[in-house]
Design a binder for this molecule. Structure first.
Ligand code: NOJ
Length: 568
């Protein structure tokens, strides 16, 4: 008897160790075991540009807190906030000097807590951005590391001797221009930086680095963060033998030779770190989103982990490179990603790439095209990550003069590389000066389209891009077929209209997207898929039509979306 009760105690104690410490979000949400992040809509927020609560021209955490009701109204469930940790801001926060605090420019730890609470009250989780590849050169670890060759932190970064006088250790290049090696006169060695020289790469082969970084993720999980977007994971490791990268023909925007990133990207060891980060995330039921720039679907699949023990949400960033807007292009790519068997993560825009609104605009149907894009990627199987302002049709506002450029790569590579200021401009809240973002001088200029494309005006217009997004997200949250259904491509020979079914058990939603500037006529016969009434009940559409729609001879004006429920 006594033996039994002591083994019960041991069992309970071991459960305490194994069970999640805190549940970041609710447990699996449906009978099939889908996790909270599979049914969530994420939005990236660039904190410098979202809402400025203290009128210094730069957004802040209190500003984000003020907009939680808006995000809830829109239908966002989690926000990924680009880095807001202490930073010299050389790369606008992607040069972190302390992983466990908030930059005073954005607020304090208390402001973080207040924002997190306000988020929770509105059903919105906070995802932070973890810069895993490098720190700032002002991080205390690097300050120690560069102080001498024998400092205990020396091996936290990648230091090597040059090949000879004024000769870096090899031909590796920084993606932001020039050699990836920076000489340090004090210790006569070079350190490696894939990004700016002020962003030295961490040495992930050192177990102390790994455990300090895993601890920092726990620091935030304990404070309520529900996950991380992991920055630049492809470049965590480099070939320890420093083999030169193969040189390709031609020059890049910085005048450097083009090279193949063979010995500096996606080394197999990356997966060990993904597993380590995932272990920590699992204790808190948290999600990991990866900045995964893959060249093909098989590389993307690798990031989920062979045992699904790496990233739950590696971003499909190949999706951001698809062009032109064409049924064939998107059908082919989505088909390949969907059939990989993983849970896709579609992204159209972010703070590093020209906004999708601008990429696909034709100057005549820009708002209609924006709705077609939303109608597509927010109805596909998988989790979508929106970019702030996309829901109101914000466009890029690129600098036209070198002297106005804030992003250093725009200064270095001008005019071929204008930098990323254009996609990072202040959120357009209303039609008052500075679009209601600040009463001060905004750190980047607001594009003139704020007069028509802003939250307040679009909320009032039932046909606005914003109301289209809002209605679409509401549908996505409640419709079982959109949440969990299979993806079945239809009419695969149609070069202009991209259409598919999302089928879940006995129900299905039909999505029809006219991706051309010409009106199109389409017909669907869905009896093979088990839906033979020849009709759909309209759920959301940009076509003027009735409550039901015949599936033969559907006419679609240029750039339109039709979403309807088909029945047996
Ligand atoms: C990717 C981030 O998205 C980008 O903004 C940053 O400059 C680099 N990583 C370096 O951290």
């Amino acid at each position: 008897m006594r033996r039994k009760s002591s083994s019960l105690v041991i069992l309970l104690l071991s459960l305490l160790v194994v069970l999640p410490v805190v549940s970041a979000q609710s447990k699996p949400v449906d009978a099939e075991g889908h996790q909270w992040w599979q049914h969530a809509v994420f939005q990236e927020i660039y904190p410098r540009s979202y809402m400025d609560s203290n009128n210094d021209g730069i957004g802040d955490l209190n500003g984000i807190a003020l907009k939680m009701e808006y995000l809830k109204w829109l239908g966002v469930d989690a926000i990924w906030i680009a880095p807001c940790f202490p930073s010299p801001q050389v790369d606008f926060g992607y040069d972190v000097s302390d992983y466990e605090n908030i930059d005073p420019m954005y607020g304090t730890l208390d402001d973080f807590t207040a924002m997190e609470k306000k988020g929770k009250a509105n059903g919105i989780g906070i995802v932070f951005d973890f810069v895993v590849n490098h720190t700032s050169d002002k991080h205390k670890w690097f300050i120690e590391s560069e102080s001498s060759k024998t400092n205990p932190y020396r091996n936290w970064y990648i230091w090597r001797n040059g090949k000879g006088p004024n000769q870096p250790p090899n031909n590796w290049l920084s993606t932001f221009g020039g050699s990836a090696w920076q000489f340090d006169g004090k210790t006569n060695q070079y350190y490696y930086h894939f990004f700016y020289p002020q962003q030295p790469d961490l040495n992930w082969r050192n177990p102390k680095v790994a455990s300090a970084m895993y601890d920092s993720t726990r620091f935030w999980y304990k404070r309520g963060v529900v996950g991380f977007r992991l920055d630049a994971v492809d470049t965590l490791f480099e070939d320890p033998n420093l083999t030169d990268n193969p040189i390709l023909p031609g020059k890049n925007a910085y005048g450097d030779p083009k090279i193949e990133d063979k010995y500096t990207h996606k080394l197999p060891e990356v997966h060990d770190v993904m597993k380590g980060l995932r272990k920590a995330a699992n204790q808190y039921n948290a999600v990991l989103i990866g900045e995964t720039w893959t060249d093909n679907v098989s590389e993307l699949k690798d990031y989920y982990g062979t045992n699904h023990d790496e990233l739950q949400m590696p971003m499909d960033l190949m999706f951001t490179k698809l062009k032109p807007l064409s049924a064939e292009v998107f059908r082919k790519h989505v088909g390949a990603v969907d059939s990989s068997g993983e849970w896709p993560v579609y992204v159209m825009s972010n703070h590093d790439i020209v906004r999708a609104y601008t990429r696909f605009a034709d100057g005549k149907h820009d708002d209609d095209i924006a709705k077609v894009l939303a109608g597509m990627y927010l109805t596909l199987r998988g989790t979508a990550i929106m970019y702030y302002g996309e829901e109101i049709g914000m466009k890029n506002n690129d600098p036209t003069r070198k002297e106005d450029v804030k992003d250093p790569i725009g200064q270095l590579g001008w005019p071929e590389q204008k930098g990323r200021d254009g996609e990072r401009t202040p959120m357009q809240w209303n039609d008052t000066p500075n679009a209601g973002f600040t009463q001060g001088i905004p750190w980047l200029p607001v594009p003139m389209t704020y007069e028509t494309h802003n939250v307040a005006s679009e909320q009032k217009d039932p046909n606005s891009i914003l109301n289209f997004y809002k209605n679409l997200l509401a549908l996505r949250h409640t419709n079982q077929a959109l949440l969990d259904g299979d993806y079945i491509a239809l009419n695969q020979d149609d070069a202009n209209v991209y259409s598919y079914l999302r089928r879940y058990k006995g129900q299905a939603v039909l999505v029809v997207l006219n991706m051309s500037e010409n009106p199109q006529n389409v017909s669907f016969n869905l009896s093979k898929q088990g839906f033979s009434t020849g009709e759909a009940k309209t759920l959301l559409s940009t076509i003027n039509g009735g409550a039901t729609q015949k599936l033969s001879g559907m006419s679609l004006p240029s750039y339109t979306v039709y979403i309807g429920e088909v029945t047996k």
